[in-house]
Design a protein around this ligand. Sequence first.
Ligand code: FAD
Ligand code: SF4
Length: 532
Amino acid sequence: MRRRVVESDVCIIGSGISAAMIADRLARTTTARVVVVEAGDNTVPLGQRAAARDRFIRYGENPWGRDHLEGYEIEGPLQSRSMQVGGLAMHWGAVTPRFSPEDFKQKTLYDVGTDWPIDYDELDPFYQEAEEVMGVAGEQGPPELDPRKKPFPLPPIPLTYNLELLKDWAAKSAIPTWSQPSAKNSVAYRGRPQCCRNDTCSPICPIGAKYSPDFTWNALLASKRVELMPRTLVRKLVLADGGKTISHAVASSFDRPDTPVEFRAKIFVVAAGYVWSSHLLLLSAQSGASDGLANKSGLVGKYLSGHRNVGGYVDLPLRLYPGMNEQHSLVTKQFMRPRPGARFIRHDLRIWESSVGKTARLVDDSGALMLGDAILDDWRKRTQTGTARVRAYYEVIPDRSSELTLDTGKKNQWGDPLPKLSFQDAPESVAERGATEESIRTLFNEMARAGKGTVLRTSVDNFQDHPAGGCRMGTDGSASVVDSWGRTHDHENLFVVGAPTAVSGGCANATLTFCALALRSARELERDLPKR
Ligand SMILES: Cc1cc2nc3c(=O)[nH]c(=O)nc-3n(C[C@H](O)[C@H](O)[C@H](O)COP(=O)(O)OP(=O)(O)OC[C@H]3O[C@@H](n4cnc5c(N)ncnc54)[C@H](O)[C@@H]3O)c2cc1C
Ligand code: SF4
């Protein structure tokens, strides 16, 4: 059979945000030939996004076009089916908090879960670097809660009038809040314009003020620092040297399915996200690695992580004007820091303006139809007060049985089994779940009372957000899949980077942490590559 061979120094599998960080750093610091392989299609170019947004608003069309692969529906709680150049972060909200120092030391501080092999201080410069690549706008919180060595690259996104009022409301409960860090341009940055608050960050920013990985890819492609091959699915990594190294990756192109592509490289970097990274390692089972690559520990696909949330709406005697910037929020890290020895309840807290209960309606609370002035009277009455949306992500300790396995009942067009996911809390999280959710609800009630308001409703999302894990990092090869740099314990030229390497899910949006981890991996990769 004919095959195509592509050679490089570094072959990166996947083109999501973690891959973009690695490629960007390697382009700055080395002259290595970097090839990026992406299963999905090219994404909608920036120039077409304003029109795509219009069609979304008018007709509810998906503004992202072909952003997923047909036939890749999998079992279990999947965060998104998105597979395209740029990965999931083409759709993200660009909310970019750092983890807190406690996230890396839960065993030492609270005697639950597992400590990470690195701490916050080690990651600080890589957080900073990721913030600079993306352009994170942020406000420094109180340093004891929100430590950082250098200022944010961009000034904070200004608080709207509504958020100023809600900040005063939180202060009544002695909760300090600040502007949520976000990868949105508070001022023009790296050729992209300032955010003009048109409030459609989800599903699409029409002007490119919100960072997405395609901007990094476009710059790298324009300067010919990487080659990117979309619509090409890596299906297997093949061992050499008696199992010590990877010699090549075997891929199939969706455009030329009959001509396999063979990627030969000195270093292979699996940057395929929390689902597809473990999946590829398991799919690559072969002689000498019968349970999959990098899997001597038996932990590939295990310890999937994330965090759950309790959310709510609070009616407050405040004249809020929803629609000013409903996607932006206040944040506090006050509740991420229980005292050592105290009960293990850790969560963030965010506050948004909300239009819940404040839009015009045609039927009243009893279901009766309203006509003419009755509609306006009802609307005026209900907007005498304002609604705050509150939400707390709380930490869930991952269990070994939170896992990704191969689903032999479901296969792709080449006959490879698809993955199957299941999430399970570790026993210490099962024991604390009720108390944690009750504690958050109590907090919402106390905050409502302090503002002379009432909680309208609360809810718990059962899925775990910002999923990660599956190839957790550690120093002990029998208890982890990769070292702290992402190098697999079993194969010296195989790295897994970003989300899959996380030890636990923390209690804040996690992608900035995945990016910082990926940049730290890139620093290790540089050692074996020609310097720029
Ligand atoms: C709607 C939405 C909103 C979000 N908002 C936020 C937010 O505000 N803040 C935050 O912190 N996080 C947010 N997230 C999460 C965030 O988007 C992800 O954590 C992040 O994008 C993961 O990046 P990644 O590089 O690890 O993987 P991915 O983005 O999953 O990238 C992996 C890429 O690899 C490709 N791939 C997989 N397997 C193969 C293979 N075998 N061969 C070739 N290519 C392959 C995939 O097609 C994909 O493009 C959000 C997610 C969604 C869906
Ligand atoms: S508010 Fe508008 S301009 Fe700003 S990031 Fe969101 S969509 Fe883009």
